[in-house]
Design a protein around this ligand. Structure first.
Ligand SMILES: Cc1cc2nc3c(=O)[nH]c(=O)nc-3n(C[C@H](O)[C@H](O)[C@H](O)COP(=O)(O)O)c2cc1C
Length: 440
């Protein structure tokens, strides 16, 4: 694909020594299920593929039917996708033949083979046949969320010693780089990522789908998707999971002991989503649900949007963006609490809908007076909590903004309804020194 703006910038990425034309890859899922699909994606502009997780043919794979459910939120379609899909149901031989086809016809587009075994020998076998048939890298699927069997999918991702063992077993037998794909169904991803590193992983990818239930049928009381009347906790993906993905990627990027390249996944639909992942430490990006909604063509917008952004900011290499937001990411105890602000209203643009008044009254500081003649709010500055709720519900973009106040400015304390009741209070202020005496 020729793109004049993209030619002014360098979108190429070296990920563990493997060269990608741009950071945008298909993640392992139905969007990367066959060579026929993948070649369409390459033609559209995707730079590489993590092929649908290979199955060793030891067990037959039968997908539940139906296998997906989507939650729409307001006018936003596919806000969350729920899936109970298994790993590839295609014969291993067919998938490997397709690796060979893609390598022959698209030699500059790296193939990452996603594998998942149930025990060590199976992991090693899949890794070796994938390498022998042209895979440029491996992605170890430690994260499939619907596995009921101990020692498989996300159960391995949660059993760190197994994750390390399987990574080490694979690394011993292959020479291509190995990525460990992590489950988000834990609280801290740095720990399993360090185990993967100990096992020899060259990179980490995250996230796989988040275990959840996104909808329950109100007529039949079955969690969706309803597989002939039965529901299950299963994998959630799409825009709803992006904050979870950004959390894990940024923590791993900040983990000094880890220091591995990261591939960001989860809810990426636009160049802006992708850039946010990069600014928080990901050097490649993987997408499934965005493609399940809009098709492979979204990559053209991703390339154009990211390139325009770079040209405007005079940034030549996309790799220079990786991790740029990390110095601004702190623990909350680092906030300067002596700096406070309030909202500021550009009333010339106000349309008088009153949404700000509703939320300020019912969920914030009751800091607005309302002139019913003109249908305009008036801000009582020292009651404003700076929660910014009014700005989020205001239909006019940019009408309500944040303004810092001088350091000697103080917010009014929320009024007590009946100060006369103070005398009847059964209460003394809590002290660490005499905790029991606080209860009158
Ligand atoms: C229907 C479906 C099937 C998936 N199958 C796999 C799989 O076989 N192997 C794997 O590692 N991840 C699989 N995933 C997870 C995705 O690769 C990705 O990690 C996840 O969906 C989050 O990204 P997204 O929000 O862009 O979809 C699947 C996701 C979906 C929605």
């Amino acid at each position: 694909m020729a793109d004049p703006v993209a030619n002014q910038v360098d979108l190429s990425v070296d990920f563990c020594g493997v060269k990608f034309k741009n950071p945008f890859l298909l993640s392992s899922s139905p969007v990367s299920n066959s060579a026929e699909m993948v070649e369409k994606a390459f033609e559209a502009g995707w730079s590489g593929v993590v092929f649908k997780t290979l199955n060793s043919d030891r067990l037959p794979i039968i997908h539940p039917s139906p296998r997906m459910h989507c939650v729409h939120y307001g006018s936003k379609k596919e806000m969350a996708v729920q899936n109970v899909e298994q790993i590839s149901d295609r014969p291993l031989k067919h998938n490997l033949m397709e690796f060979r086809y893609l390598k022959k016809n698209y030699p500059d587009y790296p193939i990452i083979a996603s594998i998942m075994g149930f025990f060590e020998d199976e992991w090693v076998y899949l890794a070796q046949v994938a390498e022998d048939n042209g895979a440029d890298m491996l992605e170890l699927n430690f994260s499939c969320p619907h596995m009921c069997i101990e020692g498989a999918g996300h159960k391995v991702g949660q059993a760190f010693h197994l994750l390390e063992r399987f990574t080490a077993a694979v690394k011993k037998k292959v020479s291509i780089p190995v990525i460990a794909k992590m489950t988000p169904n834990i609280t801290d991803m740095n720990e399993p990522a360090l185990y993967a590193k100990n096992g020899g992983a060259d990179a980490i990818s995250a996230i796989n789908t988040v275990r959840g239930i996104s909808e329950v049928g109100l007529d039949d009381w079955v969690p969706r998707p309803s597989v002939f009347g039965k529901g299950a906790i299963s994998g959630t993906s799409g825009p709803a999971v992006k904050p979870i993905g950004l959390n894990f990627i940024s923590s791993m990027a900040q983990c000094k002991d880890l220091g591995l390249p990261l591939s960001g996944i989860g809810g990426i639909e636009t160049w802006i989503d992708a850039l946010e992942y990069m600014l928080l430490g990901a050097s490649t990006i993987q997408v499934t649900t965005g493609i399940m909604h809009y098709g492979y063509r979204i990559v053209a917008d991703m390339i154009e949007g990211l390139s325009d952004y770079m040209v405007q900011r005079d940034i030549h290499r996309v790799t220079d963006l990786v991790g740029k937001a990390l110095p601004n990411l702190h623990e909350t105890d680092q906030f300067e609490l002596d700096r406070q602000g309030i909202t500021e209203y550009d009333l010339d643009r106000c349309i008088g809908c009153g949404q700000c008044l509703v939320v300020c009254n019912d969920a914030a500081g009751q800091a607005l007076d309302w002139d019913s003649e003109t249908r305009r709010p008036h801000l009582i500055e020292d009651k404003c909590l700076s929660c910014m709720l009014c700005s989020f519900v205001c239909p006019v973009p940019g009408l309500i903004s944040f303004k810092e106040m001088p350091r000697d400015w103080h917010r009014q304390e929320t009024a007590v309804k009946d100060p006369g009741l103070e005398k009847k209070l059964k209460y003394k202020p809590f002290t660490k020194e005499a905790p029991n005496e606080c209860i009158a």
